[in-house]
Design a protein. Structure first.
Length: 276
């Protein structure tokens, strides 16, 4: 049966080799991992790929190996918020394994899997600064460069004429907020809460609070080059299996720890999983 599945996967190939053909020929799948987007995608102290998305990508590799009937080596390629799109488009990575929001605009450039996590843009304020975003009156605001947080920062800052400062990491943005260089910092709420917890564990005095409100709908998905229909199908097959068996929740607990999923976020896995 495994040999038959492998033959079916590789039967009737397109006129040109697609990503699945190249993966099968190389015997290797290349995943993009972020350097410091914990808990969703990062390099740990040993330099290994870690986070919720890489855990799910390893499930993809195992499923694809089984479907192809041959072992697949896994290679991790480090990308950041500025290089992740080009790395996928240029074929440097087969699948981006990190916190990337699936949007209609981005689907013009890339293909996306079913969502694997639901987050939303949140904001952090300094405890001795403005206490409401509506009180911003020209003070600088910040966000991670190359993310949807930049647009949200611009939207909230526009009425008072606040400039948007772009940072290379959430850590750098939150530290700038603590120093008073910006008066609000915008980013995916789960990432902000996690990074703030890391800073506090370092015994740092961080006079920052993350607002409870979320200002957007941010479905995280794995990303592939546009037009990779067969690879996307296999990625969705592996994710759906993890969701329907609820194995995804062990991955979430391992990486997010005490982070509490909302009822809606937990229901996402039942809602988006696809039957065979």
């Amino acid at each position: 049966m495994r040999i038959l599945l492998a033959l079916l996967l590789l039967a009737a190939p397109p006129a040109f080799a697609d990503a699945l053909d190249r993966i099968a020929e190389r015997g290797e799948i290349r995943f993009g991992v972020r350097e410091g987007s914990a808990p969703f995608s990062y390099r740990n102290e040993a330099g290994e790929a870690a986070g919720l998305a890489p855990r799910l990508c390893l499930r993809v590799a195992a499923s694809l190996s089984d479907r192809l009937g041959k072992p697949l080596a896994v290679t991790w390629v480090t990308v950041d918020s500025g290089t992740r799109f080009s790395a996928v488009e240029q074929g440097l990575v087969d699948v981006h394994c990190g916190p990337m929001t699936q949007t209609l605009a981005r689907r013009e450039r890339l293909d996306f899997s079913i969502p694997y996590f639901m987050d939303g843009i949140g904001a952090a304020l300094r405890r001795d600064g403005v206490q409401e975003l509506s009180a911003l009156a020209g003070q600088p605001v910040g966000a991670l460069n190359g993310t949807t947080g930049v647009a949200m920062a611009a939207e909230w800052g526009a009425p008072g004429g606040s400039p948007v400062i772009r940072f290379d990491s959430h850590r750098a943005g939150l530290e700038a907020l603590a120093r008073g260089e910006v008066d609000a910092y915008f980013g995916d709420q789960g990432l902000l809460l996690h990074q703030l917890a890391v800073l506090k564990r370092e015994d740092r005095l961080i006079p920052i609070r993350v607002l409870q409100d979320q200002f957007s709908y941010e479905p995280y998905s794995l990303a592939m080059a546009a037009g990779e229909r067969r690879l996307r199908l296999e990625v969705d097959r592996a994710l759906s299996a993890a969701f329907l068996t609820q194995e995804v929740f062990s991955d979430i607990e391992a990486e997010l720890g005490e982070f509490a999923l909302s009822e809606f976020a937990a229901f996402l896995y039942v809602l988006v999983a696809l039957p065979e």
